[in-house]
Design a protein around this ligand. Sequence first.
Ligand code: CO
Length: 272
Amino acid sequence: MMIVKTDEQVELMRKSALLVSKTLTEVAKTLQPGLPTINIDKMIGEFIRDNGAIPSFLNYNGYPFNSCISVNDVVVHGFPGKNELQDGDIVTIDVGVILNGWHGDHAYTFAIGDPGAEVMKLIQVTKESLFKGIEKAVAGNYTGDIGFAIQEHTERKNGYGVVRDLVGHGLGKNLHEDPQVPNYGKRGSGKKLKEGLVLAIEPMINLGKRDVYTDEDGWTVKTKDGKPSVHFEHDVCVRRGKADILSNYSTIEKAEEENQHLFTNNILQPTS
Ligand code: CO
C-alpha cells in the first residue's frame, strides 16, 4: 500500500532528511586515509542522538551498526570495522534517522585521494543518474520511468552494471514502504506515482558486471567481479511537474571540496 503524505508530514520528513544530510556533512569533514570505518560509525551515532534522533539502521532486521559503510567492491550494507580508509578507496556512507517518528535515509559516495579517472567517472555518472531518475519522479509518471532513466544513463550510455537485487523504496513512518523503485525498467511500467509520495531513490551502479552476492555476515553485498560500485541516495517528494528533493547534497559537496584528503568531481547541474 502506497502512503501519500500531507504537506505537514512532508515538512517533518524534510527535517529528517536534512538531519541525514547534516550527518553526512560532518562525516565529509573527517574522512581521510588511516581512519578506521568504525570511528565514522561511532561519530554518526553520536551526532544523530545529539540532534534528538535515533539511528534507524541499528537493529533494523538485526543490522548491528548505526550506518552502512561500503568500501570499493562493497555495493551496500558494508559493516564498519577496524579497517582503515586508504588512499584510492571509494567509500559509500549510508545513514538513516528517525526524527519525530519520520524516517530520513540517504547516501553519498566519497573518493579518498584519487581512485583514478575510470572510477571517478563511475562516481560522476552514478550521481548524474540519480538526478535523471529524480526528474522522472513526478505525479502521473511510473516507477519504471525512474528506473528507465537511471538505466539509460548508466548501463546503455556508459556500459556500467545496474544492480538488480536491491531497489529504492517509499519512505515515511517506516524505512521501507511501497512502492519499490528499481534502478532499471521500462517506461510506463510499475506503480503510478501520486503527489505526496516520498521516495528514496538510490542507484547502485557497478563499474563491471551487475552481479552481486551477500557475504557470510548475512549483510555485506559485494560485486561478483570484485570491481568497485557506487551508490547515491536522495529522499524526494513526488509533486506535479517537478519533484521536491528533501535531502541536500550542497553542504556535503562543500565539505568534500574543502577536505584536502578527498578527490572531488562534483556536478553542479544534472547534465544531459
Ligand atoms: Co534506502
